[in-house]
Design a protein around this ligand. Structure first.
Ligand SMILES: NC(=O)c1ccc[n+]([C@@H]2O[C@H](COP(=O)([O-])OP(=O)(O)OC[C@H]3O[C@@H](n4cnc5c(N)ncnc54)[C@H](OP(=O)(O)O)[C@@H]3O)[C@@H](O)[C@H]2O)c1
Length: 199
């Protein structure tokens, strides 16, 4: 398959690339590095990326920053950054990408554990992850031409555990190998409208 992986240079993106690259042609896209440059928060940039990418069998998003901070100090503007960067970024990739995906192809988005195993300072991330999970469930019903759409919802990756030290008390980190397999299931499997949780 010809697969566009947006965010392929990040922690989760590298895991996805490692799981898929031996069997597929991967096009890596990112904001500052990759085969294609894109800013998912800029609609024109997303359109330009798809124009360069050509026909695709699968599109994967492993992007999006959310706001981590105490609820009582959180401002609506801070909350909005997570909605724009992670939710609207990934959703734009789908809405603008449908014409570029082949019949029977797929989209795979990335949410995360924080909407089911809550932590302090994680209210924005929880809301954002639920938005993505909700989007794929409903969007699957309306996808044309047999195109599938799923989300992968990983726990804290062992590769990222050090960087988030203290934020996730008691969370068991998940291995890159298991996270990669969830994306393989979404891209190579038959299911649609699902959230593949990796706990
Ligand atoms: N790390 C974890 O343990 C974990 C667990 C569960 C869920 N997640 C979720 O997985 C996703 C990726 O996390 P990560 O830890 O891999 O983050 P990361 O290491 O910061 O990587 C993010 C990747 O996305 C790209 N990117 C960011 N904003 C972008 C934009 N507006 N347009 C295009 N590309 C953009 C980055 O490119 P540049 O570097 O060039 O900006 C980078 O390649 C996030 O949604 C996160 O919430 C992560």
């Amino acid at each position: 398959m010809r697969i566009l992986l947006v965010g392929g240079t990040g922690t989760v993106g590298k895991t996805i690339a490692a799981a898929l690259k031996s069997r597929h042609e991967l096009l890596i896209a990112g904001r500052s590095a990759g085969d294609l440059r894109v800013d998912l928060t800029d609609e024109a940039s997303v359109r330009a990326m798809y124009a360069k990418a050509g026909k695709l069998d699968a599109v994967i998003a492993a992007t999006g920053h959310t706001h981590f901070g105490p609820l009582t100090a959180m401002t609506p503007a801070q909350f909005k950054t997570g909605l724009l960067d992670k939710v609207l970024g990934q959703v734009s990739l789908v809405l603008l990408g449908i014409p570029h995906v082949a019949d029977g192809g797929s989209f795979t988005l990335t949410s995360g554990i924080l909407n089911r195993d809550h932590i302090r300072q994680g209210a924005n991330a929880a809301a954002v992850d639920s938005a993505i999970d909700g989007f794929v469930a409903a969007a699957a019903i309306e996808m044309p031409r047999g195109i599938r759409i799923n989300a992968v919802s990983p726990g804290l990756l062992s590769d990222a555990a050090e960087a988030y030290d203290g934020f996730f008390p008691g969370h068991a980190p998940v291995s890159s190998a298991r996270v990669g397999l969830a994306y393989v299931k979404s891209v190579e499997g038959a299911l649609t409208g699902k959230v593949f949780c990796v706990d």
